[in-house]
Design a protein around this ligand. Structure first.
Ligand SMILES: C[S@@+](CC[C@H](N)C(=O)[O-])C[C@H]1O[C@@H](n2cnc3c(N)ncnc32)[C@H](O)[C@@H]1O
Length: 678
């Protein structure tokens, strides 16, 4: 007799998804294994009737169970994932899936499948509602719940389009909501007879297969960024796309190539960090920002501090700068009252941003008036005007590893969180909460949300994702990245103990405006109001603090840093301030944590009467001070000269590489030419 026990399913799981459903479906199917193989799974996704779907192929790349595209009636087998075709409805009988054309205008294929599953499978039916707009699935889930089956939904916060899961949750039909990659485990537990409605096991992390691990390790080794905190499936998708365009089939081979070829690495880096951006991206949301945030801020705070995190190539930052500058002009306020810190982890993007030169097409969203007001035309495109440029400080910053800025009035972070794991999103949002002053604002991307931190914010515009921090909200401090010696690479960075003590004592004391600087003179963190002592020059951005200091400070600061890193002893000196009545005392001292040393540069403004004037401190002291300044100056000049010659060498190397690229492009053209002739 034929053994049917291995093919007859114990349960029927109907998964409904629509807009934004691919990612959660992939995550869910990737975790359906083990006990879940005793069930049959039907995926009903709203698909176009006129195009063949790639969904079964995409799912089968990640699902341990076989995925089958349904195009006609099929017997139901355990351990299979069936994908319903677009433009059709699927009825679930006891042992057959029946496919029929949708009645014209019927957009409720999820309700249809779930209702029929409820009728034939009763309490052995399971409904899962994932991301989607509208409320298809609500009535089907009601039928399954009514028949004694289990109803689960994707946590709306994790869904790109939350209205479908929200509809079933709102109707009180859901026994358990979870992230898609947790639902597979819940199906597994349900099939084992466990009570999953209230608790039941949940993974705290998405599953990681060997290939993801290898990918993350390689990317981390090559780029110095901890990619384990980015969504593995997104990373894999980008890598596979790149492999496909190169015609490389083996991931191992591709990753070796990335390690060996810096140009391939750079291309992949651009792809996985997804630098897509636009000026005034989502124009309505920027209009709401102007109304809800920019205008009120001018009533309340001066000067204003804005942090544009993940600014990519700068179009977003200049859009923000324009909003603030226009409001300042309306109120007759100087633009110097506004300071925008624009940060990104990708140095190449920051170089473009700092240059501020864009094509007419890239600036089209500004409209001709704004473009003419804030940019000027050059042969190569449109360059940002000095006024706008001086409001912004572009600097490299990894929001997952580097400590946040402080006393910020508005944090803008759009379209980065969607690429991060849930845990990493909460940690980044914790940093923003920490960075913001009380009652200050947060502006996220259209499909990003606050998750667990939602109670700490008021919603000002839900659609535009504009929030205001509540007065006493503070994040869980374990989640905020504390200062570590940045720019040492992730392994060294992780090995180094955080400089928690130094940071906390600085914060608790009155926080003198200070900069934390590493051995390469790169800026690691800004404490307090140090930005007012900084000034942005023009030219190539090296990421060193010297780019940000007023000219008279550069040489003495470089000399003092050299001395502190050499001797480990603190030092201080006085330099001329921006106006004749003020001088600035610069204190530089080492910050040691284990084997890592950074320097802390603090600024103190002193009125000239109280400084070391000859009458007060005596001629000898004044001469000593003058000598010290001259010595520092000299040492600084020497450092500057050697830095410039290093830069020249680097530029030369870049030119050589470009030359080689041209050469190889030339060769390729030749070979194409030859192919055309043959
Ligand atoms: C899709 S772009 C968003 C650009 C812009 N905010 C927008 O919405 O148009 C994502 C940006 O996040 C940056 N990014 C990725 N990981 C980051 C990290 N850990 N810290 C800072 N920036 C990061 C990338 O380099 C990229 O420029």
């Amino acid at each position: 007799m034929e053994d049917t026990s291995s093919t007859a399913p114990t349960h029927m799981v109907v998964v409904g998804a629509s807009a934004g459903g691919l990612q959660p479906l992939t995550e869910l199917c990737a975790t359906l294994d083990g006990e879940a193989a005793r069930a049959a799974v039907l995926v009903v996704q709203h698909l176009s009737p006129s195009h063949p779907t790639l969904l079964p192929n995409l799912l089968s790349q990640h699902a341990p169970l076989p995925v089958r595209a349904l195009d006609s009636d099929e017997p139901i087998e355990a351990g299979a994932i069936y994908v319903a075709p677009g433009g059709h409805v699927v009825s679930v009988d006891r042992d057959t899936l029946r496919v029929a054309e949708s009645p014209p205008g019927d957009l409720r294929s999820i309700d249809h499948a779930m209702r029929s599953a409820a009728a034939s499978w009763g309490d052995r039916a399971v409904a899962v509602i994932l991301s989607g707009s509208g409320n298809d699935g609500k009535e089907g889930a009601r039928a399954i719940r009514g028949a004694g089956g289990l109803v689960m939904a994707q946590e709306p916060d994790t869904a790109e389009f939350p209205s479908m899961p929200e509809a079933v949750l709102g109707a009180g039909l859901v026994q358990r909501s979870a992230s898609p990659w947790q639902i597979g485990d819940l199906v597994d537990a349900h099939l084992r007879g466990m009570e999953v409605a209230l608790d039941g096991p949940l993974r705290s992390e998405p599953p990681e297969d060997a290939s993801t691990k290898r990918l993350v390790e390689t990317l981390e080794r090559v780029f110095g960024i901890d990619f384990s905190r980015y969504k593995a499936l997104t990373l894999q998708r980008r890598v596979h796309r790149r492999m496909a365009s190169l015609g490389v089939r083996s991931e191992v081979e591709f990753l070796e190539r990335v390690e060996d070829d810096p140009r391939e690495a750079e291309r992949l880096y651009g792809d996985v960090l997804i630098g897509v951006t636009e000026a005034f991206r989502d124009p309505g949301h920027f209009r709401s920002l102007a109304r809800e945030v920019v205008e009120p801020l001018f009533e309340e705070a001066q000067p204003l501090r804005v942090w544009d995190c993940a600014c990519a190539s700068g179009e977003e930052t200049y859009s923000l700068a324009i909003l603030f500058a226009e409001e300042a002009e309306r109120r007759g306020r100087p633009l110097s009252d506004i300071r925008i810190f624009a940060t990104d982890v990708r140095e190449k993007a920051l170089e473009v941003a700092a240059e501020g030169l864009y094509s007419a097409e890239a600036l089209a969203p500004l409209g001709p008036e704004r473009r003419a007001r804030w940019f000027r035309e050059e042969a190569a495109g449109w360059r940002v005007g000095q006024e706008l440029r001086e409001m912004i400080l572009f600097t490299s910053h990894d929001v997952l590893a580097d400590p946040p800025f402080t006393r910020i009035d508005l944090v803008v972070c759009r379209n980065l969180l969607i690429y991060l794991t849930g845990e990493a999103q909460q940690s980044v949002l914790g940093s923003f909460m920490f960075a913001l002053d009380s009652q200050r604002y947060l502006f996220l991307g259209p499909s990003e949300s606050l998750g667990e931190l939602a109670p700490g914010f008021d919603v000002l515009d839900r659609r535009a994702r504009i929030f205001r921090k509540r007065a006493a909200s503070m994040p869980d401090r374990r989640r905020i990245p504390l200062p570590t010696p940045a720019h040492l690479g992730p392994r060294a960075r992780r090995a180094a103990p955080p400089l928690q003590d130094a940071y906390e004592s600085l914060l608790q004391a009155y926080v003198p405006p200070s900069l934390m600087i590493d051995r390469e003179h790169k800026l690691v963190h800004v404490f307090g109001d140090a930005a007012r002592f900084l000034q942005l020059g023009t030219g190539r951005v090296t990421g060193r603090v010297t780019d940000l200091l007023p000219r008279p400070m550069v040489a003495p600061v470089v000399a003092s840093l050299q001395q502190v890193f050499r001797t480990g002893e603190p030092t201080s000196l006085v330099v001329d301030g921006p106006d004749a009545s003020k001088r600035i005392e610069l204190g530089v001292r080492p910050l040691v944590s284990g084997e890592h040393v950074n320097a802390l540069l603090s600024f103190r403004q002193i009125a000239i009467e109280t400084t070391a004037e000859p009458e007060v401190m005596g001629r000898t002291k004044a001469l000593e001070l003058e000598l010290e300044r001259t010595r520092s100056h000299l040492q600084g000049m020497i450092e500057q000269l050697s830095a410039s010659s290093e830069e020249l060498r680097a530029t030369n190397e870049e030119l050589t590489v470009s030359n080689e690229e041209l050469q190889s492009a030339n060769e390729e053209l030749h070979s194409v030419n030859e192919e055309l002739y043959t």
